[in-house]
Design a protein around this ligand. Structure first.
Ligand SMILES: [Cu+2]
Length: 120
């Protein structure tokens, strides 16, 4: 497993003044990520001061903004691995180019959105 990216924050808070940043990272079960291979990621979610976020609801969407299409699959978090780690299964990219993965993390009424850009 390989830690590929660190992106921080983006706050879309339902309570307008709550601005809590998160650290979201992923590691892919295949590295480098290959086209048309079903694989999985482990997402690690922490507060900005390094405490694991253990009870997040996570929704993942993805697509190619330049082609105006989404993913060919619907990846889902299937397991809470504990310690702020979540298993995301069912990822497959079906063409080369620029992809974005949008990770929406819901915690206690706050919604955080993190984008991972990927050049495949
Ligand atoms: Cu495309």
């Amino acid at each position: 497993m390989h830690r590929a990216y660190l992106l921080i924050l983006l706050i879309l808070s339902q309570e307008a003044l709550a601005t809590k940043a998160l650290s979201v990272t992923y590691s892919s079960s295949i590295e480098p990520i290959a086209i048309n291979v079903m694989h999985e990621w482990v997402l690690t979610i922490q507060s900005i001061d390094g405490n694991p976020i253990t009870h997040a609801d996570i929704v993942v969407e993805g697509g190619m903004p330049e082609h105006n299409h989404g993913l060919p699959t619907v990846p889902k978090v299937t397991k809470n691995l504990g310690n702020g780690r979540y298993l995301l299964q069912g990822i497959r990219f079906h063409m080369s180019g620029f992809w974005e993965m949008k990770i929406t993390v819901k915690i206690e009424g706050d919604e955080h959105v993190v984008m991972f850009p990927l050049e495949l």
